[in-house]
Design a protein around this ligand. Structure first.
Ligand SMILES: NC(=O)c1ccc[n+]([C@@H]2O[C@H](COP(=O)([O-])OP(=O)(O)OC[C@H]3O[C@@H](n4cnc5c(N)ncnc54)[C@H](O)[C@@H]3O)[C@@H](O)[C@H]2O)c1
Length: 340
């Protein structure tokens, strides 16, 4: 099978390409380098020993996307990562997010329909659940989104669901919890632009000296140590889940044309536990301060991943220690490259 990966030079897309090739799939990929660099392709070539089939295409450009599908033959399924993902930026620039994340997905679906491609795996997010009682399963009610970014994920899921009713398309929507870590080679990883919003890049940037200290947003939450709890999933485990989702579609294992799966570890870790784990595995002492609560943070969320285990035959294999070790190795690699 040949899989088109949109957003393939991004964080999760690049790791997924590695796992798809490892599993024997043919892969082609597109990106517009809005949040990634062409050098990722060279590093993917090094890791996989394969020349990655890449075209620079912007999914907002409907004509270019249709032309792309006309020029490629044999694509059996699409994994759709291409989107903007900064929650804060989405509040300031909602139209950018609706145009790219929603408009881009509509363009993609139209181009797929025209090309007769009926299988898609979509990148969704646990933000759709808002504040819910963990462990959160796929039957937990969806709450109104708290940001335009979160709303684009909800809208796209609805569009995809509607499209399954109107056509032969089959959809797997994967709701990621908190992806962290990097490939063991340290040749690919997350490239946060500007000040990171997420805990782990902030930890590694502080430890390497790019940031003076880390602020822990609140230690008075109703959790065992007072800090927020999240479900941190290693990006390689996440990438492998996409291979499982493609196999699920290919082997027609679905009961419904629209299937949703949570992708997490099933465990929650507090901010302080993550910091302690980072310090323990790297031997680095982290400078951090306790600050006030951050607006919009849910107290605790972690996944129930029973459905993914039962239907996709997938579960995580990598520990929080491994997440911290690989994130640190990646940060050190970035520094050695002059952060390019
Ligand atoms: N990383 C997370 O914490 C997280 C959590 C939940 C969901 N997601 C979703 O997973 C997907 C991948 O996230 P990521 O962390 O790899 O992000 P990323 O920014 O690293 O990767 C996205 C890639 O898409 C590309 N892209 C953006 N707009 C494009 C366009 N118009 N045309 C072509 N390419 C375009 C970017 O250049 C980038 O390479 C996104 O849809 C994101 O919303 C991510």
């Amino acid at each position: 099978m040949k899989i088109l990966v949109t957003g393939g030079t991004g964080y999760i897309g690049s790791h997924t390409i590695v796992e798809l090739l490892k599993a024997g799939f043919d892969v082609c990929t597109i990106d517009n380098f809005d949040n990634s660099y062409p050098s990722v392709l060279e590093n993917l070539n090094k890791i996989t020993g394969t020349q990655i089939e890449f075209d620079e295409v912007d999914i907002r450009d409907k004509a270019a996307l249709k032309k792309y599908f006309q020029s490629k033959s044999g694509i059996d399924a699409v994994i759709h990562f291409a989107a903007n993902k900064a929650v804060g930026e989405s509040v300031a620039l909602p139209l950018k997010y609706y145009e790219n994340n929603v408009g881009g997905t509509i363009n993609l679906l139209e181009a797929m329909q025209e090309a007769g491609i009926n299988n898609i795996v979509f990148s969704s997010s646990c933000t759709v659940y808002g504040e819910a009682n963990p462990p959160v399963d796929e039957y937990t009610a969806i709450l109104p989104a708290t940001s335009p970014y979160g709303n684009t994920k909800q809208i796209c899921e609805e569009i995809l669901m509607d499209q399954t009713r109107a056509s032969d398309i089959k959809v797997v929507s994967l709701r990621y919890f908190n992806p962290v870590g990097a490939h063991e080679s340290a040749l690919i990883g997350e490239l946060p632009i500007g000040v990171p919003n997420n805990l782990v890049p902030f930890i590694t940037q502080t430890a390497i000296g790019k940031r003076e200290f880390l602020t822990v947003f609140g230690n008075d939450y109703p959790t065992p140590d007072g800090t927020c709890i999240r479900d941190y999933i290693h990006v390689v485990d996440l990438a492998i889940a996409h291979v499982a989702a493609i196999n699920y579609l290919a082997n027609k294992k679905y009961r419904d044309a629209f299937s949703v799966f949570n992708l997490g570890t099933g465990n929650g870790n507090s901010v302080l536990e993550v910091i302690q784990t980072f310090e323990a595995v790297t031997g680095e002492k982290l400078a951090y301060k306790i600050g006030g609560r951050r607006a919009g943070d849910v107290v605790q969320i972690y996944a129930s991943c029973d459905k993914a285990l039962k239907e996709l035959g997938w579960k995580t294999e990598r520990s929080l220690e491994e997440c911290m070790r690989s994130s640190w190795k990646w940060e050190q690699h970035l520094q050695s490259m002059g952060n390019k």
